[in-house]
Design a protein around this ligand. Structure first.
Ligand code: UDX
Length: 432
Protein backbone atom coordinates (compact mmCIF):
# COMPACT_ATOMS: atom_id res chain seq x y z
CA UNK A 1 0.00 0.00 0.00
CA UNK A 2 1.01 3.62 -0.48
CA UNK A 3 0.80 5.87 2.55
CA UNK A 4 2.30 8.99 4.04
CA UNK A 5 3.39 9.52 7.62
CA UNK A 6 3.21 13.20 8.50
CA UNK A 7 5.55 14.29 11.30
CA UNK A 8 8.90 12.54 11.62
CA UNK A 9 9.74 12.85 15.32
CA UNK A 10 10.23 9.82 17.60
CA UNK A 11 6.78 8.53 16.71
CA UNK A 12 6.53 9.41 13.01
CA UNK A 13 10.05 8.41 11.94
CA UNK A 14 9.59 5.05 13.64
CA UNK A 15 6.13 4.52 12.19
CA UNK A 16 7.30 5.45 8.67
CA UNK A 17 10.30 3.10 8.78
CA UNK A 18 8.30 0.25 10.30
CA UNK A 19 5.41 0.55 7.84
CA UNK A 20 8.00 0.32 5.03
CA UNK A 21 9.44 -2.71 6.83
CA UNK A 22 5.99 -4.31 6.58
CA UNK A 23 6.29 -3.89 2.80
CA UNK A 24 4.40 -0.63 2.20
CA UNK A 25 5.52 2.33 0.06
CA UNK A 26 5.91 5.10 2.57
CA UNK A 27 6.47 8.82 2.18
CA UNK A 28 7.65 10.52 5.39
CA UNK A 29 6.59 14.17 5.58
CA UNK A 30 7.92 16.93 7.80
CA UNK A 31 7.90 20.72 7.64
CA UNK A 32 11.53 20.77 8.82
CA UNK A 33 13.73 20.41 5.70
CA UNK A 34 16.84 19.79 7.85
CA UNK A 35 15.22 16.77 9.47
CA UNK A 36 14.06 15.48 6.07
CA UNK A 37 17.58 15.83 4.64
CA UNK A 38 18.97 13.77 7.52
CA UNK A 39 16.36 11.05 7.18
CA UNK A 40 16.85 10.90 3.40
CA UNK A 41 20.52 10.21 3.96
CA UNK A 42 19.63 7.37 6.33
CA UNK A 43 20.43 9.28 9.51
CA UNK A 44 18.07 9.13 12.50
CA UNK A 45 17.96 12.63 14.09
CA UNK A 46 17.67 11.14 17.61
CA UNK A 47 18.91 8.07 19.47
CA UNK A 48 16.68 5.04 19.03
CA UNK A 49 18.32 1.60 19.06
CA UNK A 50 17.78 -0.38 15.84
CA UNK A 51 15.89 2.35 13.97
CA UNK A 52 18.75 3.40 11.67
CA UNK A 53 19.06 -0.15 10.30
CA UNK A 54 15.35 -0.37 9.47
CA UNK A 55 15.42 3.12 7.98
CA UNK A 56 18.44 2.46 5.73
CA UNK A 57 17.26 -0.95 4.60
CA UNK A 58 13.92 0.45 3.44
CA UNK A 59 15.45 3.52 1.79
CA UNK A 60 17.77 1.17 -0.13
CA UNK A 61 14.83 -1.01 -1.12
CA UNK A 62 13.08 2.09 -2.46
CA UNK A 63 10.12 1.65 -0.10
CA UNK A 64 10.81 4.73 2.03
CA UNK A 65 11.21 8.30 0.80
CA UNK A 66 10.83 11.69 2.42
CA UNK A 67 9.56 15.14 1.55
CA UNK A 68 8.77 18.48 3.12
CA UNK A 69 6.12 19.22 0.48
CA UNK A 70 2.42 18.89 1.24
CA UNK A 71 1.75 18.84 -2.53
CA UNK A 72 3.77 15.64 -2.79
CA UNK A 73 2.12 14.24 0.32
CA UNK A 74 -1.37 14.85 -1.05
CA UNK A 75 -0.47 13.40 -4.43
CA UNK A 76 1.16 10.30 -2.91
CA UNK A 77 -2.07 8.44 -2.24
CA UNK A 78 -5.20 8.24 -0.15
CA UNK A 79 -3.88 6.95 3.19
CA UNK A 80 -2.20 9.38 5.56
CA UNK A 81 -0.97 8.95 9.13
CA UNK A 82 -0.78 12.00 11.40
CA UNK A 83 2.16 11.64 13.78
CA UNK A 84 2.97 15.20 14.84
CA UNK A 85 3.59 16.31 18.41
CA UNK A 86 0.92 17.39 20.90
CA UNK A 87 3.01 19.06 23.62
CA UNK A 88 1.64 20.67 26.77
CA UNK A 89 0.42 24.23 26.17
CA UNK A 90 2.56 26.95 27.68
CA UNK A 91 1.01 28.11 30.96
CA UNK A 92 -1.85 25.61 30.72
CA UNK A 93 -2.33 21.92 31.52
CA UNK A 94 -4.03 21.15 28.19
CA UNK A 95 -2.51 19.79 24.99
CA UNK A 96 -1.40 22.12 22.22
CA UNK A 97 -3.10 20.84 19.07
CA UNK A 98 -1.69 23.38 16.65
CA UNK A 99 0.44 20.85 14.78
CA UNK A 100 -2.41 18.35 14.37
CA UNK A 101 -4.72 21.11 13.10
CA UNK A 102 -2.02 22.32 10.71
CA UNK A 103 -1.75 18.87 9.09
CA UNK A 104 -5.45 18.91 8.24
CA UNK A 105 -5.29 22.53 7.08
CA UNK A 106 -2.33 21.90 4.77
CA UNK A 107 -3.16 18.43 3.51
CA UNK A 108 -6.92 18.39 2.93
CA UNK A 109 -7.21 21.30 0.46
CA UNK A 110 -4.51 19.66 -1.69
CA UNK A 111 -6.11 16.20 -1.85
CA UNK A 112 -7.30 15.14 -5.29
CA UNK A 113 -9.72 12.43 -4.14
CA UNK A 114 -11.26 10.60 -1.18
CA UNK A 115 -8.81 9.85 1.61
CA UNK A 116 -8.49 8.24 5.03
CA UNK A 117 -6.48 10.07 7.69
CA UNK A 118 -5.31 8.00 10.67
CA UNK A 119 -4.35 10.00 13.73
CA UNK A 120 -1.53 8.45 15.77
CA UNK A 121 -0.70 11.43 17.98
CA UNK A 122 -1.97 11.43 21.57
CA UNK A 123 -4.91 13.83 21.69
CA UNK A 124 -7.70 14.90 24.05
CA UNK A 125 -10.93 12.98 23.58
CA UNK A 126 -13.12 14.64 20.95
CA UNK A 127 -10.22 15.72 18.73
CA UNK A 128 -10.96 13.39 15.82
CA UNK A 129 -14.56 14.55 15.68
CA UNK A 130 -13.39 18.16 15.67
CA UNK A 131 -10.79 17.42 12.99
CA UNK A 132 -13.42 15.67 10.88
CA UNK A 133 -15.53 18.84 10.89
CA UNK A 134 -12.47 20.88 10.02
CA UNK A 135 -11.56 18.51 7.18
CA UNK A 136 -15.12 18.52 5.81
CA UNK A 137 -15.12 22.29 5.69
CA UNK A 138 -11.88 22.24 3.68
CA UNK A 139 -12.64 19.32 1.37
CA UNK A 140 -14.47 20.15 -1.82
CA UNK A 141 -16.29 17.28 -3.48
CA UNK A 142 -14.28 14.56 -1.77
CA UNK A 143 -14.77 12.42 1.31
CA UNK A 144 -12.08 12.70 4.00
CA UNK A 145 -12.50 10.15 6.76
CA UNK A 146 -10.72 10.65 10.08
CA UNK A 147 -9.91 7.61 12.19
CA UNK A 148 -7.88 7.37 15.42
CA UNK A 149 -5.16 4.77 15.75
CA UNK A 150 -3.18 5.50 18.94
CA UNK A 151 0.41 4.44 19.30
CA UNK A 152 1.79 2.79 22.43
CA UNK A 153 5.49 2.59 21.60
CA UNK A 154 8.12 3.23 24.24
CA UNK A 155 11.25 5.18 23.40
CA UNK A 156 14.23 2.86 23.46
CA UNK A 157 12.06 -0.03 22.21
CA UNK A 158 10.24 1.86 19.47
CA UNK A 159 10.99 -0.53 16.58
CA UNK A 160 10.07 -3.69 18.48
CA UNK A 161 6.94 -2.04 19.93
CA UNK A 162 5.79 -0.94 16.46
CA UNK A 163 6.48 -4.23 14.69
CA UNK A 164 5.23 -6.39 17.58
CA UNK A 165 2.70 -4.28 19.49
CA UNK A 166 0.58 -5.66 22.34
CA UNK A 167 -2.49 -4.55 20.40
CA UNK A 168 -3.66 -2.35 17.55
CA UNK A 169 -6.48 0.00 18.51
CA UNK A 170 -8.59 1.73 15.90
CA UNK A 171 -11.33 4.28 16.46
CA UNK A 172 -13.72 4.57 13.51
CA UNK A 173 -17.03 6.05 12.43
CA UNK A 174 -19.57 3.35 11.52
CA UNK A 175 -19.91 2.67 7.82
CA UNK A 176 -16.56 4.13 6.84
CA UNK A 177 -13.69 2.40 5.10
CA UNK A 178 -10.99 3.09 7.71
CA UNK A 179 -11.27 -0.35 9.31
CA UNK A 180 -10.74 -2.16 6.01
CA UNK A 181 -7.79 0.09 5.13
CA UNK A 182 -6.23 -0.43 8.57
CA UNK A 183 -6.65 -4.20 8.27
CA UNK A 184 -4.58 -4.03 5.06
CA UNK A 185 -1.97 -1.72 6.61
CA UNK A 186 -1.51 -3.94 9.66
CA UNK A 187 -2.18 -7.21 7.78
CA UNK A 188 1.13 -8.88 8.71
CA UNK A 189 0.58 -8.06 12.41
CA UNK A 190 -3.00 -9.29 12.37
CA UNK A 191 -1.81 -12.55 10.79
CA UNK A 192 0.62 -12.92 13.70
CA UNK A 193 -2.40 -12.86 16.01
CA UNK A 194 -1.88 -9.40 17.50
CA UNK A 195 -5.25 -8.25 18.91
CA UNK A 196 -6.95 -5.76 16.58
CA UNK A 197 -9.51 -3.77 18.53
CA UNK A 198 -12.04 -1.58 16.76
CA UNK A 199 -13.89 1.03 18.80
CA UNK A 200 -15.57 4.37 18.26
CA UNK A 201 -13.18 7.31 17.90
CA UNK A 202 -13.71 8.81 21.36
CA UNK A 203 -12.92 5.46 22.99
CA UNK A 204 -9.74 5.02 20.93
CA UNK A 205 -8.56 8.50 21.93
CA UNK A 206 -9.28 7.71 25.58
CA UNK A 207 -7.57 4.29 25.44
CA UNK A 208 -4.23 5.99 24.89
CA UNK A 209 -4.48 8.58 27.64
CA UNK A 210 -5.98 6.06 30.06
CA UNK A 211 -3.10 3.65 29.44
CA UNK A 212 -0.55 6.36 30.14
CA UNK A 213 -2.48 7.62 33.17
CA UNK A 214 -2.56 4.09 34.55
CA UNK A 215 1.19 3.64 34.06
CA UNK A 216 1.88 7.01 35.71
CA UNK A 217 -0.40 6.06 38.60
CA UNK A 218 1.45 2.77 39.07
CA UNK A 219 4.78 4.59 39.30
CA UNK A 220 3.46 7.21 41.71
CA UNK A 221 1.79 4.51 43.79
CA UNK A 222 5.10 2.76 44.40
CA UNK A 223 6.83 6.09 44.97
CA UNK A 224 4.23 7.06 47.57
CA UNK A 225 4.77 3.69 49.27
CA UNK A 226 8.53 4.38 49.02
CA UNK A 227 8.03 7.50 51.13
CA UNK A 228 6.42 5.36 53.82
CA UNK A 229 9.12 2.69 53.47
CA UNK A 230 11.78 5.34 53.96
CA UNK A 231 10.06 6.64 57.09
CA UNK A 232 9.62 3.10 58.44
CA UNK A 233 13.03 1.73 57.46
CA UNK A 234 11.48 -0.77 55.01
CA UNK A 235 12.75 -1.82 51.58
CA UNK A 236 10.53 -0.69 48.71
CA UNK A 237 12.30 -2.88 46.12
CA UNK A 238 11.61 -6.04 48.12
CA UNK A 239 8.05 -4.84 48.63
CA UNK A 240 7.55 -4.24 44.89
CA UNK A 241 8.85 -7.70 44.13
CA UNK A 242 6.51 -9.23 46.70
CA UNK A 243 3.35 -7.44 45.58
CA UNK A 244 4.32 -7.81 41.91
CA UNK A 245 4.02 -11.59 42.11
CA UNK A 246 0.27 -11.10 42.28
CA UNK A 247 -0.65 -11.21 38.57
CA UNK A 248 -3.44 -8.71 39.21
CA UNK A 249 -0.74 -6.20 40.21
CA UNK A 250 2.26 -7.28 38.13
CA UNK A 251 5.90 -6.34 38.75
CA UNK A 252 6.34 -4.00 35.76
CA UNK A 253 6.25 -0.23 36.34
CA UNK A 254 6.78 -0.67 40.06
CA UNK A 255 10.35 0.64 40.08
CA UNK A 256 10.50 3.31 42.76
CA UNK A 257 12.94 6.17 42.44
CA UNK A 258 13.09 9.54 40.80
CA UNK A 259 9.78 9.06 39.03
CA UNK A 260 8.52 9.52 35.53
CA UNK A 261 9.43 12.12 32.93
CA UNK A 262 9.68 12.27 29.16
CA UNK A 263 7.48 13.64 26.41
CA UNK A 264 4.44 11.52 27.26
CA UNK A 265 3.41 10.55 30.79
CA UNK A 266 3.69 13.99 32.49
CA UNK A 267 1.93 15.97 29.77
CA UNK A 268 -0.62 13.24 29.09
CA UNK A 269 -1.92 13.08 32.67
CA UNK A 270 -2.16 16.88 32.76
CA UNK A 271 -3.99 17.06 29.42
CA UNK A 272 -6.31 14.26 30.60
CA UNK A 273 -7.24 16.27 33.71
CA UNK A 274 -7.72 19.43 31.65
CA UNK A 275 -9.99 17.65 29.17
CA UNK A 276 -12.02 16.00 31.92
CA UNK A 277 -12.53 19.49 33.35
CA UNK A 278 -13.77 20.80 30.01
CA UNK A 279 -16.21 17.91 29.86
CA UNK A 280 -17.52 18.64 33.36
CA UNK A 281 -15.97 15.45 34.75
CA UNK A 282 -13.02 17.06 36.54
CA UNK A 283 -13.73 15.33 39.85
CA UNK A 284 -13.20 11.96 38.19
CA UNK A 285 -9.50 12.61 37.75
CA UNK A 286 -8.50 14.65 40.78
CA UNK A 287 -6.35 11.70 41.89
CA UNK A 288 -4.10 12.40 38.91
CA UNK A 289 -3.15 15.69 40.56
CA UNK A 290 -1.77 13.62 43.41
CA UNK A 291 -0.05 11.28 40.95
CA UNK A 292 1.67 14.33 39.48
CA UNK A 293 2.61 15.82 42.83
CA UNK A 294 3.98 12.54 44.27
CA UNK A 295 6.09 12.39 41.12
CA UNK A 296 7.39 15.95 41.39
CA UNK A 297 8.13 15.47 45.11
CA UNK A 298 10.65 12.75 44.22
CA UNK A 299 12.89 15.31 42.57
CA UNK A 300 12.97 17.51 45.66
CA UNK A 301 13.66 14.49 47.83
CA UNK A 302 16.82 13.61 45.90
CA UNK A 303 17.99 17.22 46.22
CA UNK A 304 17.41 16.98 50.01
CA UNK A 305 19.41 13.74 50.19
CA UNK A 306 22.27 15.32 48.23
CA UNK A 307 22.26 18.38 50.52
CA UNK A 308 22.30 16.15 53.55
CA UNK A 309 25.20 14.14 52.10
CA UNK A 310 27.28 17.25 51.37
CA UNK A 311 26.43 19.20 54.55
CA UNK A 312 25.58 22.21 52.36
CA UNK A 313 25.05 22.51 48.64
CA UNK A 314 26.85 25.86 48.52
CA UNK A 315 30.22 25.13 46.97
CA UNK A 316 29.63 21.36 46.87
CA UNK A 317 30.83 19.47 43.80
CA UNK A 318 28.26 16.99 42.57
CA UNK A 319 28.53 14.41 39.81
CA UNK A 320 25.20 13.72 38.12
CA UNK A 321 25.22 10.49 36.14
CA UNK A 322 22.35 10.52 33.67
CA UNK A 323 20.46 13.29 31.92
CA UNK A 324 18.01 11.40 29.69
CA UNK A 325 14.53 10.83 31.16
CA UNK A 326 15.27 7.10 30.99
CA UNK A 327 18.03 4.83 29.65
CA UNK A 328 18.27 3.91 25.96
CA UNK A 329 17.08 7.37 24.99
CA UNK A 330 18.62 10.78 24.32
CA UNK A 331 15.33 12.49 25.18
CA UNK A 332 15.56 15.11 27.92
CA UNK A 333 11.98 16.38 27.73
CA UNK A 334 10.77 16.78 31.33
CA UNK A 335 13.77 14.76 32.47
CA UNK A 336 13.78 14.19 36.24
CA UNK A 337 17.60 13.85 36.16
CA UNK A 338 18.15 17.23 34.52
CA UNK A 339 15.56 18.86 36.74
CA UNK A 340 17.49 17.66 39.81
CA UNK A 341 20.80 18.81 38.28
CA UNK A 342 19.29 22.26 37.69
CA UNK A 343 17.91 22.49 41.24
CA UNK A 344 21.31 21.54 42.71
CA UNK A 345 23.03 24.21 40.66
CA UNK A 346 20.44 26.83 41.65
CA UNK A 347 21.18 26.01 45.28
CA UNK A 348 24.89 26.70 44.84
CA UNK A 349 26.43 23.35 43.88
CA UNK A 350 28.88 22.89 41.02
CA UNK A 351 27.26 20.17 38.96
CA UNK A 352 28.99 18.03 36.36
CA UNK A 353 26.69 15.91 34.23
CA UNK A 354 27.51 12.87 32.17
CA UNK A 355 25.11 10.97 29.93
CA UNK A 356 26.15 8.49 27.23
CA UNK A 357 23.64 9.79 24.66
CA UNK A 358 21.77 12.84 25.93
CA UNK A 359 24.61 15.33 26.47
CA UNK A 360 23.92 17.39 23.33
CA UNK A 361 20.22 17.69 24.05
CA UNK A 362 20.94 18.51 27.71
CA UNK A 363 23.37 21.25 26.74
CA UNK A 364 20.65 22.91 24.71
CA UNK A 365 18.23 22.91 27.68
CA UNK A 366 20.76 23.55 30.48
CA UNK A 367 23.80 25.25 28.91
CA UNK A 368 25.05 26.45 32.30
CA UNK A 369 25.72 22.96 33.70
CA UNK A 370 29.17 21.41 33.23
CA UNK A 371 29.32 18.36 31.01
CA UNK A 372 31.90 15.60 31.17
CA UNK A 373 32.77 13.12 28.46
CA UNK A 374 32.79 10.08 30.74
CA UNK A 375 31.31 8.97 34.04
CA UNK A 376 34.76 8.91 35.65
CA UNK A 377 35.50 12.46 34.45
CA UNK A 378 32.20 13.66 35.92
CA UNK A 379 33.12 12.09 39.27
CA UNK A 380 36.56 13.73 39.45
CA UNK A 381 36.74 15.63 42.78
CA UNK A 382 33.02 15.17 43.52
CA UNK A 383 31.67 15.34 47.06
CA UNK A 384 28.73 13.14 46.08
CA UNK A 385 27.83 10.99 43.10
CA UNK A 386 24.17 10.90 42.02
CA UNK A 387 22.93 8.19 39.67
CA UNK A 388 19.74 9.62 38.17
CA UNK A 389 19.22 7.57 34.97
CA UNK A 390 19.77 3.82 35.13
CA UNK A 391 22.04 3.42 32.08
CA UNK A 392 23.71 -0.03 32.19
CA UNK A 393 27.14 1.61 32.20
CA UNK A 394 26.34 3.23 35.56
CA UNK A 395 24.99 -0.01 36.97
CA UNK A 396 28.32 -1.64 36.07
CA UNK A 397 30.59 1.11 37.39
CA UNK A 398 33.40 -0.14 39.61
CA UNK A 399 32.85 1.59 42.98
CA UNK A 400 36.55 1.24 43.89
CA UNK A 401 37.63 2.98 40.70
CA UNK A 402 35.08 5.76 41.31
CA UNK A 403 36.31 6.18 44.91
CA UNK A 404 39.83 6.72 43.59
CA UNK A 405 38.78 9.97 41.83
CA UNK A 406 36.12 11.48 44.13
CA UNK A 407 36.57 13.65 47.20
CA UNK A 408 33.48 12.42 49.06
CA UNK A 409 32.19 8.90 49.55
CA UNK A 410 28.42 9.25 49.20
CA UNK A 411 26.57 7.70 46.31
CA UNK A 412 22.89 8.56 45.83
CA UNK A 413 21.00 5.93 43.88
CA UNK A 414 18.05 7.82 42.38
CA UNK A 415 16.84 4.80 40.41
CA UNK A 416 17.49 1.91 42.84
CA UNK A 417 19.70 0.39 40.17
CA UNK A 418 23.03 -0.04 41.96
CA UNK A 419 24.24 -3.05 43.91
CA UNK A 420 24.07 -1.51 47.35
CA UNK A 421 26.30 -4.09 49.01
CA UNK A 422 29.02 -3.72 46.39
CA UNK A 423 29.19 0.05 46.90
CA UNK A 424 29.11 -0.27 50.68
CA UNK A 425 31.88 -2.89 50.63
CA UNK A 426 33.97 -0.46 48.58
CA UNK A 427 33.62 2.10 51.38
CA UNK A 428 30.72 4.17 50.09
CA UNK A 429 27.83 5.56 52.06
CA UNK A 430 24.88 4.41 49.95
CA UNK A 431 21.76 6.61 49.96
CA UNK A 432 18.56 6.11 47.99
C1 UDX B 1 5.40 5.88 27.65
C2 UDX B 1 4.51 4.63 27.58
O1 UDX B 1 5.17 3.54 28.22
C3 UDX B 1 4.21 4.29 26.12
O2 UDX B 1 3.33 3.18 26.06
C4 UDX B 1 3.58 5.51 25.46
O3 UDX B 1 3.36 5.27 24.08
C5 UDX B 1 4.48 6.72 25.61
O4 UDX B 1 4.75 6.96 26.99
P1 UDX B 1 8.00 6.37 27.30
O5 UDX B 1 7.68 7.81 27.62
O6 UDX B 1 8.89 6.07 26.13
O7 UDX B 1 6.64 5.56 27.04
O8 UDX B 1 8.70 5.77 28.58
P2 UDX B 1 8.40 4.67 29.70
O9 UDX B 1 9.28 3.53 29.48
O10 UDX B 1 6.96 4.43 29.85
O11 UDX B 1 8.94 5.46 30.99
C6 UDX B 1 8.34 6.69 31.39
C7 UDX B 1 9.01 7.23 32.63
O12 UDX B 1 8.64 6.45 33.76
C8 UDX B 1 10.54 7.23 32.61
O13 UDX B 1 11.00 8.46 33.14
C9 UDX B 1 10.91 6.08 33.50
O14 UDX B 1 12.17 6.27 34.12
C10 UDX B 1 9.79 6.11 34.52
N1 UDX B 1 9.52 4.82 35.17
C11 UDX B 1 9.10 3.75 34.44
C12 UDX B 1 9.68 4.72 36.55
O15 UDX B 1 10.06 5.67 37.24
N2 UDX B 1 9.41 3.52 37.14
C13 UDX B 1 8.98 2.44 36.45
O16 UDX B 1 8.75 1.40 37.06
C14 UDX B 1 8.83 2.56 35.05
Amino acid sequence: MRMTVIGTGYLGATHAACMAELGHDVLGVDVDPGRIAKLESGEVPFFEPGLAEVLRRNIDLGRLTFTSSYEEAAAWGDVHFIAVGTPQKKGDLGADLRHVDAVVDHLVPRLGGDAVLFGKSTVPVGTSERLAERANALASGIDVEISWNPEFLREGYAVADTLHPDRVVLGVVPGGRAEQVAREVYGPLIEEGIPFLVTDRATAELVKVSANAFLATKISFINAVAEVCEAAGADVSALAEAIGHDPRIGRQFLNAGLGFGGGCLPKDIRAFMARAGELGADQALTFLREVDSVNMRRRGRIVDIARDACGSLLGARIAVLGAAFKPNSDDVRDSPALNVAGQLQLQGATVTVYDPKAADNSRRVFPTLDYASSAMDACEGADAVLVLTEWPEFVHLDPRAVAAVTRGRTVVDGRLCLDRQRWQTAGWEYRS
